[in-house]
Design a protein around this ligand. Structure first.
Ligand code: ATP
Ligand code: MG
Length: 312
């Protein structure tokens, strides 16, 4: 079966190596989809995520906050997810702080790995199942944690044979394992370690989870303004400068241009390694390095514009 495109899916986990631009791409992707009229929930899993900043929110809450007609933002919180779970599945309305229940839950969740994930991924799957949003975009845990996170429902499902938890993981797995609904977007940069981690992650996703990769975004790609064959031209220009243009500042400029060319050559090599290791039907989306964006908001809007064109 052909791999469904990123646009067709309803639950997108954005992950990648630390610092490669996961939060920026998740925000840009959510904005790009919202710009097309799709209703989007953007959820940060980590409460340290600064994803709200780009949308003028100093703080995120579990309760989604609407930032425009089609886009709402929330941050995941296990206690609130537990409260929702109790209300929806067990018809127990919990109006105040859940204190003792939360303490007992903490105890269980620490002893039984995967319980937290069931609740938090469960909340996202629920929003998809109930069609509360067209698409849920998740600023997900980084490469080192995403496999354990996405594999948890399946691990618990294999352990529990009957009852509420079994039912819960059954319908969650139906959503997570369906490539027409769920996908992982791996963010990388054209550098050695992020590319190595991306290829490793793809293999682990396939071997250890039921969730399919939807796309790879190569963030912070450099334009080919200066390529190695330009080097003799640059050297010639630099040598033949008239006296008025021999300042050290201009020396720096020529050096920067030369370095940019060299960096680009290495980046192309890493990109070639990446493409070689990918299945042919997995789309690779390039996101240019944005040099002229002053703040988080303008970066996200610029990313939304360029991703919007790429995911058509
Ligand atoms: N295409 C880009 N061009 C220029 N700057 C970018 C680009 N993408 C991201 N950045 C900048 O790189 C920095 C890191 O990005 P971001 O916070 O999105 O990474 P992250 O992978 O979420 O990091 P962490 O692992 O800490 O959560 C930020 O300052 C962001 O503005
Ligand atoms: Mg981040």
């Amino acid at each position: 079966m052909a791999r469904p495109s990123l646009r067709e899916r309803r639950l997108l986990f954005v992950t990648g190596k630390g610092g490669v631009g996961k939060t920026t791409i998740a925000a840009g992707l959510a904005q790009a989809l919202a710009n097309e009229g799709t209703s989007v929930l953007l959820c940060a899993i980590d409460n340290r995520s600064d994803i709200g900043e780009a949308f003028g929110l100093s703080q995120l809450h579990f309760e989604p906050q609407s930032v425009s007609d089609n886009l709402s933002l929330m941050v995941m919180d296990t206690e609130s997810a537990l409260r929702d779970y109790l209300r929806i599945n067990m018809k127990i309305p919990v109006v105040t702080k859940i204190g003792p229940i939360a303490n007992a839950f903490d105890f269980v969740a620490t002893a039984a790995p995967g319980v937290r994930e069931i609740l938090t991924i469960g909340k996202l799957c629920y929003d998809v199942r109930e069609n509360l949003y067209d698409v849920v975009v998740v600023d997900a845990p980084a490469t080192g944690h995403i496999i354990g996170y996405l594999a948890a429902p399946q691990a618990i499902n294999a352990l529990v044979r009957v009852g509420l938890i079994r039912n819960q993981t059954d319908w969650m797995l139906e959503i997570l394992s369906n490539p027409e609904k769920t996908g992982v977007v791996i963010v990388t940069t054209p550098e050695e370690m992020p590319v190595v981690e991306t290829l490793q992650l793809l293999k682990k996703l396939e071997d250890e989870t039921t969730v399919q990769a939807a796309a790879v975004v190569v963030n912070r790609t450099l334009s080919d303004l200066v390529v190695p064959r330009d080097e003799p031209v640059l050297a010639g220009l630099s040598a033949k400068r008239p006296d008025a243009f021999t300042s050290s500042a201009l020396d720096g400029l020529f050096e920067a241009a030369r370095l940019s060319g060299a960096k680009n050559t290495v980046a192309h090599e890493h990109l070639a390694t990446l493409r070689q290791g990918l299945d042919d039907d997995l789309s690779v989306i390039a996101q240019p390095y944005l040099f002229d964006c002053a703040d988080a908001s303008s970066i996200v809007q610029a990313v939304a514009t360029s991703l919007g064109e790429e995911i058509q």
